[in-house]
Write a protein that binds this ligand. Structure first.
Ligand SMILES: O=P(O)(O)OC[C@H]1O[C@H](OP(=O)(O)OP(=O)(O)O)[C@H](O)[C@@H]1O
Ligand code: HPA
Ligand SMILES: [Mg+2]
Length: 167
């Protein structure tokens, strides 16, 4: 949606930071599954949810990991989310005992779509913006709606001019 642009602020997340925050997410979810505290599987919302889901599944020692592919953004422009690839239907059922992980919730449209498909699943994101918060069950850090989060997989180290050298 063009009217969401531009984002006033940037929140730049390093690999170290996302690792720390995804671990914090895992620890918060530990023992909270419906079956004696256990989770049956982790499902990553690709692509952004894959690195956090890998870290969460490693921390909680969950070996069953699947993906649901939802596309809703092209760069910073939003369109209607659509499912491009679904996880294994027999495993998912209504979502009971399934931990669905994404990197962030922004407007909440992606999670709204996935929630409709798996209403009993638990939805966890590392970061959350206010509009999307009602769609997420567990998250670690909140950022304001006018902030764009930059993830390490979208960035590269590069040279910058010294402060005194700028015009
Ligand atoms: O709450 P929303 O407003 O729906 O936005 C959040 C979603 O948008 C981004 O994914 P994107 O569709 O850009 O795909 P990607 O994960 O492959 O980068 C992000 O990874 C979330 O999945
Ligand atoms: O703030 C964001 N950062 C990266 N991807 C996103 N997709 C929706 N919002 C964001
Ligand atoms: Mg995504």
């Amino acid at each position: 949606m063009a009217d969401r642009l531009p984002h006033e602020k940037g929140f730049h997340v390093s690999w170290d930071q996302i690792h720390r925050d995804a671990r914090a997410l895992a620890w918060r979810l530990d023992g909270k599954g419906p079956d004696d505290g256990a989770w049956r599987a982790v499902v990553a919302i690709t692509r952004g949810g894959m690195a956090p889901a890998m870290i969460v599944s490693r921390e909680l020692d969950i070996r069953t990991v699947d993906t649901i592919s939802v596309k809703s953004y092209n760069k910073q422009e939003q369109s209607e989310p659509r499912v491009i690839k679904s996880p294994q239907a027999e495993m998912m059922g209504d979502g009971t005992g399934i931990l669905i992980v994404d990197d962030l919730v922004d407007t909440g449209k992606t999670l709204e779509l996935v929630r409709r498909l798996y209403p009993k699943a638990h939805f966890a994101t590392v970061y959350a913006k206010p509009s999307g918060k009602p769609m997420v069950d567990t998250y670690i850090t909140e950022v304001s709606q006018d902030t764009w989060i930059f993830f390490p997989w979208d960035m590269a180290l590069q040279y910058v001019e010294p402060y005194r050298g700028k015009d």
